[in-house]
Design a protein around this ligand. Sequence first.
Ligand code: ZN
Length: 95
Amino acid sequence: MAGKDRGKTGKVLRVDTKAGKVLVEGLNMVKKHARPTKQGEKGQTISLASPLYMAKVMLFCSSCGKGVRVHTRISESKNGAITKERLCAQCKNII
Ligand SMILES: [Zn+2]
């Protein structure tokens, strides 16, 4: 992926296709400051993974052995069913 976590890989925890975002384990950690709820309690900083835009995330291609950009190929079969395939931009294998 691009940005501060460039080069890292992580497990995709959740995909939000509507928002075009993915939640990746261990990436794009955001520090949230939890305020003390009771008197005498210490405030603490917790880390949370926050969703990333899919455009920033590259899929890992097992044939190439690295993160690659993908192309989406939409094909229509004879019975009219539309299928979407994700192709590795480099080796053209279906991911
Ligand atoms: Zn590939």
